[in-house]
Design a protein around this ligand. Structure first.
Ligand code: SF4
Length: 438
């Protein structure tokens, strides 16, 4: 294992402030950085010695021998223990869970985001299959803390084994039910989960609390249970490594990887790179970004995906269509550049509303508002190709107009989908009307 690099910002909010210095000995679970505002405690994930404290990270040289034991958090109220353990939304959002659970739902809902919507990622579904009891304990704790009367698992129908496991585990749990989702993107966006499970459409500026609900990811629930039952600080992460890996493109799921482990170490654990990758993506195909072998994983890293090479478009003109639930404009331009094309036009799905923070949020995730106008803009701007980051429904709509105008279409996930052997996002293959309560 190489050095562990623990970033001081692993959550929504301000970076944490380090409370250790070079030369300090640390254990698994030693508190090494604390919030300076909205944030969550950060712990050492290994036994070792602090080598360096930088502006944005703490570098730890791990001991050769690593024990399983960890420094436990103090006992307290359930909410205080979740806060003390530094649990954040591990589906990628990174919002401090202790703050989220501080909402009084007054008999409302805990909505379990088990959509695992990013194609290729498998660790959430595997956790349901293998550690269902722990996840359900986490659900019950969250219900108790936030005064929720009911909980609903939102899970894609295609995950038959996990659904079967859940049904069996929940057969005597009258307050916890399952809602089956169709296999389209995005189903894991918070407001999509609220809409699918409760039938309530929230505005982009509204939080699930407006529907008397809290949306919480599967792994986050397991970390809540660990904090309360085992007094365990949050210093490890479950994730999926998939892609251009020696031995094939099947997913490698790793549970409880020390936060701060490098991307390169994880790829080696999965079998090593199978030749030069086009890029290495950290996160999922839609929302991930290009990374490097020495980058560290954080509490929110879900996937590591080395990809096949990009096609060479020899300087062709490119239009970029940005979706709120896919890559941002910077990411889309990055891909266009890697394809050796020249961006001459940028458009945005009209449902991608810009928030005060500058981030985009979809007004109705996954329900296309029509894309013909954008295709016409690209045609007018003399694009030969377009690259789109759209949801399943909108990709389908783009395909209804752009090719007829002579525009050749790429989806931002194409190189990843080809790498992992997943159908490309073009024509919608799955009915949007699959969802049902069971
Ligand atoms: S409707 Fe538009 S902004 Fe919303 S998810 Fe689909 S492409 Fe993205």
């Amino acid at each position: 294992m190489g050095n562990i690099q623990i970033l001081l910002r692993q959550h929504v909010g301000a970076p944490c402030a380090p409370i250790v210095k070079a030369g300090d000995e640390v254990k698994k679970g030693t508190l090494i950085a604390t919030p300076t505002g909205l944030g969550a405690n950060i712990f050492s994930s290994v036994y070792g010695v602090v080598e360096e404290v930088k502006e944005d990270r703490i570098i730890i040289k791990p001991d050769a021998e690593q024990k399983d034991e960890f420094v436990p958090i103090e006992e307290g109220s359930k909410l205080d223990m979740v806060k003390a353990a530094g649990v954040v939304g591990m589906g990628g959002a990174g919002f401090p869970t202790g703050v989220k659970l501080g909402t009084d739902l007054d008999g409302g809902y805990i909505l379990i985001n088990a959509a695992e919507c990013e194609p290729g990622l498998k660790h959430n579904i595997m956790q349901i299959e293998n550690e269902c009891d722990k996840v359900i304990r986490g659900v019950k704790y969250c219900m108790e803390i936030s005064n929720a009367a009911k909980a609903i698992f939102a899970i894609k129908k295609k995950n038959e084994n996990a659904v079967k496991t859940l049904k069996e585990a929940l057969k005597d749990e009258a307050a916890i039910s399952i809602h089956l989702l169709p296999d389209i993107y995005p189903m894991g966006e918070e407001r999509a989960v609220v809409r699918e499970t409760l039938g309530i459409e929230l505005e982009p500026t509204q939080l699930p609390a407006a529907a008397k609900s809290i949306v919480i990811n599967v792994e986050t629930l397991a970390r809540v249970a660990e904090a309360i039952d085992e007094r365990k600080p949050s210093f490890s992460k479950n994730l999926t490594v998939i892609g251009k890996i020696k031995g094939g493109n099947k997913p490698h799921v790793f549970m409880d990887v020390p936060v701060g482990t490098s991307v390169g170490d994880l790829i080696e654990m999965a079998g090593g790179l199978d030749g030069e990758p086009g890029e290495i993506v950290m996160g999922g195909p839609f929302t991930g970004k290009a990374t490097t072998l020495d980058a560290p994983i954080t509490k929110t890293t879900g996937g590591i995906i080395p990809t096949i090479e990009f096609p060479d478009l020899h300087g062709a003109t490119m239009g970029v269509l940005v979706c709120a639930c896919g890559g941002d404009e910077t990411r889309m331009r990055d891909i266009a550049t890697k394809m050796n094309s020249k961006v001459v036009s940028v458009a945005r799905c009209k449902q991608a509303a810009e928030m005060k923070s500058g981030a985009l949020k979809c007004e109705r995730p996954g329900n296309c508002p029509g894309q013909v106008k954008n295709s016409m803009q690209f045609k007018k701007d003399k694009c030969e190709y377009i690259i789109i980051g759209n949801c399943s429904d909108c990709s389908n709509t783009v395909m209804g107009s752009a090719p007829k105008m002579g525009l050749k279409v790429f989806h931002q996930t194409d190189h990843i989908m080809r790498t992992i052997g997943h159908p490309l996002y073009r024509y919608l293959r799955v009915s949007k009307k699959v969802d049902q309560d069971i």
